[in-house]
Design a protein around this ligand. Structure first.
Ligand code: INI
Length: 156
């Protein structure tokens, strides 16, 4: 049986964008740091990494669609933080962001990852932004690294 699987190595030529919803930026700044750190640690060239900032998670899918159709990127890592206590329309914003990211990714056929936190409390968001539950921005970028490699393998 031939197993096709990605590895966790970049070659330094990959052009990647991070799209970040600025809302709750105390959290999302940490997610961006984690994503950038993961990109560089896996061999990415920082000069080929762009950060695209949008107002909030709701806007991520719109910028994602545009980034994917621009031809400028090989993959896009999305980060944001939707916190239930912070918004009465939590379910609406988190559902739209999640659905929109998946739809744009399917249409483009390029690696896209979803590092948008959807938590009940700010404490849960802090835990996932570089403290006891890791950094979901870093995890989302590591997923991009593996998927870029997998797509290359699948084309061989
Ligand atoms: N955007 C977020 O990313 N997280 C939130 O918790 C949030 N809250 O609490 O409202 C939020 N709202 C803004 C939203 O994403 C849009 O920017 C806004 O509705 C304008 O379209």
């Amino acid at each position: 049986m031939k197993i096709i699987e990605g590895n966790l190595r970049l070659n330094g030529n990959e052009r990647v964008a991070i799209i970040c919803g600025r809302f709750n930026h105390i959290i999302t700044d940490r997610l961006v740091e984690g994503a950038q750190d993961s990109f560089k640690r896996h061999g990415g060239d920082d000069s080929k990494l762009d950060l695209i900032l949008v107002p909030g998670a709701f806007e991520i899918p719109f910028a994602l669609s545009k980034a994917l159709s621009s031809g400028k990127y090989d993959a896009v890592c999305c980060v944001g933080a939707v916190i239930r206590g912070a918004t009465p329309h939590f379910d609406y914003i988190s559902a739209e962001a999640t659905k929109g990211i998946a739809t744009a990714a399917m249409q483009a056929g390029l690696p896209v990852s979803n590092g948008v936190l959807t938590t009940d409390t700010i404490e849960q968001a802090i835990e996932r932004a570089g403290s006891k539950a890791g950094n979901k921005g870093a995890e989302a970028m590591t997923t991009i690294v593996e998927m870029l490699s997998l797509y290359n393998e699948m084309e061989k």
